[in-house]
Design a protein around this ligand. Structure first.
Ligand SMILES: [Zn+2]
Length: 114
């Protein structure tokens, strides 16, 4: 876990953290709204939306029986990390890296790469 994150707790056995860059989004929302209450409502809505999105990834990963290791929120996006265990080796992936990995190994196991 990064040290410039705030831990928001462990939700459904998944550590959730928020990076300081989320504060930049708060400033950006204030520039748009020019109103503190609207900015606060916007911040809460944005964070809830990011979490709902990331927990969608968690749902998909758990369906594939992949171990989710954490959720980190950044500026206006989040990342869900997870791992794959191959005998004694554990690989940690972000979603995009996993997609690249699948594209690389597909031809090796007789599948077609997209
Ligand atoms: Zn996503």
């Amino acid at each position: 876990m990064r040290r410039d994150d705030w831990q928001l707790g462990t939700w459904g056995r998944i550590p959730v953290s928020m990076h300081w860059t989320v504060l930049l989004s708060a400033a950006w929302l204030y520039i748009i709204f020019q109103n503190v209450p609207f900015t606060l409502i916007g911040c809460v809505a944005m964070i809830v939306l990011m979490l709902v999105h990331e927990f969608g990834h968690v749902l998909a990963l758990r369906r594939r029986k992949l171990g989710v290791t954490g959720i980190q929120l950044f500026g206006v996006h989040g990342e869900t990390t997870y791992n794959v265990e191959l005998n004694s080796v554990t690989l940690h992936f972000f979603k995009e890296e996993w997609d690249e990995f699948i594209q690389l190994v597909k031809p090796l196991v007789g599948g077609k790469s997209a």
